[in-house]
Each structure stands twice: as structure tokens, then as C-alpha cells.
Design a protein around this ligand. Structure first.
Ligand code: EPU
Length: 426
């Protein structure tokens, strides 16, 4: 077990390059189960969740080979079991994405319920209904068991644009007989990334990046080389950090199109950015002041399915708001457990009112003071690191495996920007 020891108050400046998107990398690993040919994935992050998924896949006969720090070759030609290790599956949410590929490959599946961040109820009904609409038969006792004779394309309306449900249905529909049309599909960049990977493997998917995805099933898929897109959660985290770090931070090799809404939220919190073709810079040397809505009303930031503000970027924006003059309300519409980490910020000196599980009011700017804390989940953990970096004194953050599940070499990247952060034995 490791912890971060962080001495707050250093000026942060310089440039940083984000790793590949965790939430594109995880479904991409499972996509490899649908072909016997090797698939090479570039800009892969060696984060905790990726390593756990590789372990799960190794357990059912899939070969995984790192060619270098960011290139992973997957070979599922000898996959031999429809029953992945339940203990490993219970460690990651993304394990639910094995439902479709194992059914397609073996005609049957036995899968433990998924784990991952404890941030809300996280229903799987949309996955379930969609897979049954495509021909699967599922039942749940202690584990999910299922069978599939033949997947047949259909029109399916998702009752909510769930990211992983859309991905599970893509994983099923690419090799189904005939055409599938997904209505009210998730349109996050990582869903588009999975579609692009599939098309590289010979699938026929259109409507990529929209909420109506059309999949013409093919009988087999080939190997390919695919590059994972930059992690926009990491980009947003570095921009929020740069804004309060007292210097100028440039985030490079980003997809600026992914950042349209996050940049609007940053502007609302008084954080101004400049952008080029594939970089965004934030100037943290100026005093931050939140903007108000017309008529002098208190502004609000609320999360929603893409292209609205991503729920995964709420926690870092909240920390940025504690350092900006003014008042803002944050409304986390998706998960009912994601705001509770703010009690740590309150104890550090932030002026926050937790109205209910979904809404908080932040009034800034507040001086934060160091604290010993524990990371509750991956995004809240990153927010606590940020808070510790601007706090007076030395903070300790335990349970950092939660942060390292999603952020690659985060201590090294922060050190390069001037942060005083040490990773030590807890
Ligand atoms: N929801 C709504 N309204 C909607 C859509 C969803 O309220 O229109 C609710 C759902 O009921 C659910 C929650 O929002 O409680 C999340 O929904 P979704 O099913 O889309 O989440 P997921 O597929 O389980 C993925 C990411 C999460 C990310 C969410 C939302 C992966 C492996 N996980 O989860 O990532 O927060 O989408 O974008 O892709 C993270 O990386 O920290 C993380 C938790």
C-alpha cells in the first residue's frame, strides 16, 4: 500500500501530455475477444484498471504483450473460457463489458457482477435489455449467466445513454446477423474510439459520435493497429490544476474538440484558456473570479451525458471553484455518491454547503490547509491531490491505488510541473 505525501504551495508551470483515455482503453481490450488475429493498441496507459483487465483476460487464455510503455498487443486466438475470475471482475466496473464478447465467442457466459467506484447505484438494466433484444438470454442469481444461439440485429432504444451499455451492445452487434440501430446511444469520445477500432477491424459502423449508431453486422473481424484517444478527464484535471497552481500550464497532444464544454465551465469559474490545434494553455497567475448569470444570479455547473459536462470532471472543477472568488452551485445529475468527498475539502477550509447528495454550493476563495485523507474513488482522489497541492502545509493521501487505477504516473507528471509530491509506503 502506498500513499502520497504532498507539500502544498509550490508554483506549478510547464507542459504536460495526457495519457490515453482509460474509458476507451478498457472496452478496446475486450473488443480483442472478437477476433483471432492480433490487435495492437497504442497510447495505452499502464494504469491499475488496464492491468486488472489484462489479468482477467490472461486468466481465460488471452495473450497480452507490452511492446513498450504505451503499446500493447492482444492475441485472443487461444481464449478458452466463458468464466472469467469473479474476484478480479469484482474489482472493475468495466468487467461488465465481457458479457457481449463472451456470449458471441462461446455462446455462453458466467460473469460476476462488476465492481469499480462506489459512487452510486450503477444499474445494468440497459445492458441486459439490449443484449436480450439482440438474442441473448440472461439470468442473475449470485452471478450473471447467459446463453446465445445466434445474435440477430435489431432496433433498440436505450432507456438511458449509458456509456458501458452502448459499448456492450456494440460489442454484440458488430458480429450479429443483419443491421442493428441503437437509438439514444452514448456519444462520448471513448464510445466513438471503440467504433473506430471496430471499423479498423473490418466492422461497418456509422453514426459515430452521434446518439444514433448503425451497425451492419459482419461474420468475422480482423486484427488492426489502433491508437487510443487522449484522456480528456486528465486534460480537464491538469487545466483545473494549472488554474490554481500560480503559473502557466500547457496541456499538449489533446483533442481540443473534446474540451468544448469543459472550457466553458472553466470560463464560468474565472479560468481563462488559450488553445492551438492540439494544445490548451491555462494562465494561473491571475486572481480568479467566477462569472454570474445574467441579472447577477449565482451560476451553476451541472453534469450530464455527452456533450454536456462530464460527471468525471466535476470533482476537479469543485476544487478549482474553492480558489475562485464568488459563489457557484454544482449539480451532479448522474451519480448519487459523487459529492460526499467534499467533506474533506470542508475540513481543509473550503466554504461548501452540501445541499443533498447531488448538489453543493461553493463560495470562494478559501485558503485550504493540509490534512491526512484517504482517496474514496479515482476522480475524487485526483481532486484531493489538487486540494493538497494548493493547501498550506503537508498533506497525506492514503488509498492511492484508487487514483492510480485511472491516472498514469500522476506523481511524475505533477513533479515535472513543480509539485512537491512523494509516493511512499503507507
Ligand atoms: N445516468 C443518468 N442519466 C443518463 C445516463 C446515465 O442519470 O442519461 C446515470 C445512470 O443511471 C448511472 C450513471 O448515470 O447511475 C452512469 O451512467 P453510465 O451507465 O453511463 O455509466 P457507466 O457506463 O457505468 C461510464 C464510465 C464512468 C463514467 C460514466 C459516465 C467506464 C468504464 N466508466 O460508466 O467512468 O463516470 O460512464 O460518463 O467507461 C471514471 O472513469 O471515473 C468513471 C466512473
Amino acid at each position: 500500500m502506498h500513499k502520497f505525501v504532498i507539500e502544498g504551495g509550490s508554483k506549478l508551470s510547464g507542459s504536460v501530455t495526457p495519457s490515453g483515455n482509460k474509458n476507451e482503453a478498457l472496452p478496446a481490450l475486450f473488443a480483442c475477444l472478437l477476433t483471432d488475429k492480433p490487435v495492437t493498441l497504442k497510447r495505452m496507459s499502464r494504469i491499475g484498471d488496464v492491468l486488472t483487465v489484462c489479468q482477467i483476460l490472461n486468466g481465460i487464455g488471452v495473450k497480452t504483450e507490452w511492446l513498450d510503455d504505451e503499446t500493447l498487443v492482444m492475441d485472443a486466438s487461444k481464449a478458452n473460457s466463458h468464466k472469467p475470475d469473479p474476484n478480479l471482475c469484482m474489482k472493475v466496473r468495466a468487467s461488465i463489458l465481457m458479457l457481449a464478447p463472451l456470449l458471441t465467442r462461446f455462446g455462453k457466459v458466467e460473469l460476476a457482477l462488476p465492481g469499480g467506484d462506489v459512487i452510486g447505484a450503477r444499474r445494468i438494466d440497459t445492458h441486459w435489455e439490449g443484449i436480450e433484444a439482440l438474442g441473448g438470454q440472461l439470468s442473475l442469481e449470485k452471478v450473471i449467466t447467459g446463453t446465445l444461439k445466434r445474435a440477430v440485429g435489431t432496433e433498440f432504444f436505450l432507456d438511458e445513454p449509458s456509456v458501458t451499455a452502448t459499448e456492450n451492445l456494440l460489442l454484440m452487434a458488430v458480429r450479429a446477423e443483419g443491421q442493428t440501430i441503437l437509438f439514444n446511444a452514448a456519444s462520448e469520445p471513448h464510445v466513438g474510439g471503440l467504433c473506430n477500432l471496430f471499423n479498423g477491424m473490418g466492422a461497418k459502423i456509422s453514426g459515430i459520435g452521434t446518439n444514433k449508431i448503425i451497425i451492419d453486422g459482419v461474420s468475422e473481424l480482423q486484427g488492426t493497429v489502433h491508437t487510443i484517444g487522449p484522456d480528456f478527464m486528465e486534460v480537464g484535471s491538469f487545466l483545473c490544476l494549472g488554474a490554481i497552481g500560480g503559473g502557466k500550464v500547457r496541456v499538449e497532444k489533446v483533442n481540443t474538440d473534446d474540451m468544448r464544454y469543459p472550457l466553458k465551465v472553466l470560463a464560468k469559474l474565472g479560468l481563462n484558456t488559450t488553445s492551438g490545434a492540439d494544445w490548451i494553455e491555462i494562465d494561473g497567475t491571475k486572481e480568479l473570479k467566477m462569472s454570474k448569470d445574467i441579472g447577477g444570479r449565482v451560476g451553476s455547473v451541472y453534469s450530464g451525458p455527452w456533450p454536456a459536462y462530464p460527471t468525471d470532471l466535476m470533482s476537479v472543477a469543485i476544487v478549482a471553484a474553492t480558489q475562485s472568488k464568488g459563489t457557484v452551485i454544482f449539480f451532479e445529475k448522474m451519480f448519487e455518491g459523487r459529492m460526499f468527498f467534499t467533506d474533506n475539502l470542508m475540513r481543509m477550509g473550503a466554504n461548501i454547503v452540501l445541499c443533498d447528495p447531488h448538489r453543493i454550493v461553493v463560495t470562494g476563495a478559501s485558503q485550504l490547509y493540509s490534512m491526512h485523507m484517504s482517496s474514496p474513488d479515482v476522480r475524487a482522489g485526483m481532486a484531493l491531490v489538487m486540494a493538497a497541492l494548493v493547501a498550506k502545509g503537508t498533506s497525506e493521501i492514503n488509498n492511492i491505488y484508487q487514483i492510480e487505477r485511472g491516472y498514469n504516473n500522476i506523481d511524475k507528471k505533477l513533479e515535472a510541473l513543480g509539485a512537491r509530491i512523494k509516493r511512499t509506503q503507507a
